[in-house]
Design a protein around this ligand. Structure first.
Ligand SMILES: NC(=O)c1ccc[n+]([C@@H]2O[C@H](COP(=O)([O-])OP(=O)(O)OC[C@H]3O[C@@H](n4cnc5c(N)ncnc54)[C@H](OP(=O)(O)O)[C@@H]3O)[C@@H](O)[C@H]2O)c1
Length: 289
C-alpha cells in the first residue's frame, strides 16, 4: 500500500474503499470484509449512508480473522447536514458515528457539505480531535472559495477535502487551492460514479490495452499520479480486487494529458453544489429523528 502524509503527520492510504449506496447491511459488511481481505486499509462511509454499523461489522470480522489490526485501518465517516446546526448537535453526531461503528474511534471525520452552521460543527470536531476520538478531521465538497475562507479562519486545518474528481471533472483549480493549504485531495466518484461511460472511451481503452490493465485501473491510476487519494466503490469481489491493483504501472506525461483532456469543466452528477435546489434538498434531508 502507498500512503500520503496528512498535515497532522498521520498517513492516509492512497487508495480506499467507498460504500455509498450500499444500504443493505449484509452486503455492506461482506464488501468491507472482502475489501480488507483484498488489501484495502481505508474504508469511506458517512452517517448519511446509514451503514456505519455494517462497516464496523465488516472491519471487526477482518480483525477477528487476523487479516489486520485496528491500527492498520483508516476508517472515515462524515457528519450529515442535519447535525450541523450547532455545537451540541455536532458533538452528539460524532459520538453517534463512533458508537455505530463500534470501533472506539474514527481515523478521519469529515463535514459532508459546506452547509448549515459548519463552523460550530467544526469546533465540535476540533474538540473530539483533541480528545483522540477522531484521529484527523477534514471536509468534503468545499469548493475553492469556501475552502480558502475556511482554512484562513479555523484553528485546526482540515487534512483532506473529499470532492468529485475524475477525468470528466478534473477540478485543477480546486487541486491548486488544496495544495496551497496543504489539504490532501480525495476523489469521490473516481470511476465516474456510474456516469460518463469511461469504459467505452477509445482513448482510455487504448491506454488500458498498452499496460494490460482495465479502463477503471487506468483512471484510478491517473488520479493517484496527480496526488489524489481515490475511494472506488464496488460490491463485486472481482472489481474490488481489480480496483486496488494499480501500483505496477505508470502513465506517461502524454497519457496523463490525454486523460485530463476529457474534462467537461462541470459535474454531471446529481450533486450540484452550485444549485439552490441541491442545497435545499440537503438541508431538508433527515437521516434520523
Ligand atoms: N463526499 C461526498 O459527497 C461523496 C459523494 C459520492 C461518493 N462519495 C464516496 O466516494 C465513493 C466512490 O464514489 P461512488 O461510489 O459514487 O462512485 P465510483 O466509485 O466512481 O463508481 C462506483 C460505480 O462503478 C462501478 N464499478 C466499480 N468498479 C468497477 C470496475 N472496475 N469496472 C466497472 N465498473 C465498476 C460500481 O458498480 P458495482 O458496485 O456494481 O461494481 C458502481 O456502479 C463512495 O462509495 C463514497 O464512499 C462521497
Amino acid at each position: 500500500m502507498e500512503y500520503q502524509t496528512l498535515n497532522n503527520g498521520l498517513k492516509i492510504p492512497t487508495i480506499g474503499f467507498g460504500v455509498f449506496r450500499v444500504p443493505d447491511k449484509k452486503e455492506c459488511e461482506e464488501s468491507v470484509y472482502q475489501a480488507i481481505k483484498a488489501g484495502y486499509r481505508l474504508i469511506d462511509t458517512a452517517a448519511s449512508y446509514t451503514n456505519e454499523d455494517a462497516v464496523g461489522a465488516g472491519v471487526k470480522r477482518a480483525i477477528a480473522e487476523g487479516i489486520c489490526t485496528r491500527e492498520d485501518l483508516f476508517i472515515t465517516s462524515k457528519m450529515w447536514v442535519q447535525d450541523m446546526q450547532n455545537y451540541e448537535m455536532a458533538k452528539q453526531a460524532i459520538d453517534a458515528s463512533i458508537e455505530k461503528s463500534g470501533l472506539g474511534y474514527l481515523d478521519l471525520y469529515l463535514l459532508h457539505q459546506a452547509m448549515g452552521d459548519y463552523f460550530s460543527a467544526w469546533r465540535a470536531m476540533e474538540d473530539a480531535y483533541k480528545k483522540g476520538l477522531l484521529k484527523a478531521i477534514g471536509v468534503s465538497n468545499f469548493y475553492p472559495n469556501i475552502l480558502t475562507n475556511f482554512c484562513e479562519i479555523v484553528k485546526v486545518k482540515p487534512v483532506v477535502n473529499q470532492v468529485e474528481l475524475h477525468p470528466y471533472y478534473t477540478q485543477e483549480k480546486a487541486l491548486e487551492t488544496m495544495k496551497k493549504f496543504d489539504v490532501v485531495p480525495e476523489a469521490w466518484a473516481p470511476l465516474g460514479g456510474g456516469r460518463y461511460n469511461p469504459f467505452e472511451d477509445e482513448m482510455l481503452k487504448r491506454i488500458a490495452t498498452k499496460y494490460n490493465k482495465s479502463v477503471g485501473q487506468v483512471i484510478l491510476r491517473w488520479n493517484i499520479q496527480r496526488g489524489v487519494v481515490v475511494i472506488p466503490k464496488s460490491t463485486h469481489v472481482e472489481r474490488i480486487k481489480e480496483n486496488i491493483d494499480v501500483f505496477d504501472f505508470e502513465l506517461n506525461e502524454e497519457e496523463m494529458k490525454q486523460i485530463s483532456s476529457l474534462d467537461m469543466g462541470y459535474s454531471g452528477s446529481r450533486a450540484k453544489h452550485f444549485d439552490v435546489e441541491f442545497v435545499e434538498m440537503c438541508l431538508a434531508k433527515k437521516i434520523h429523528d
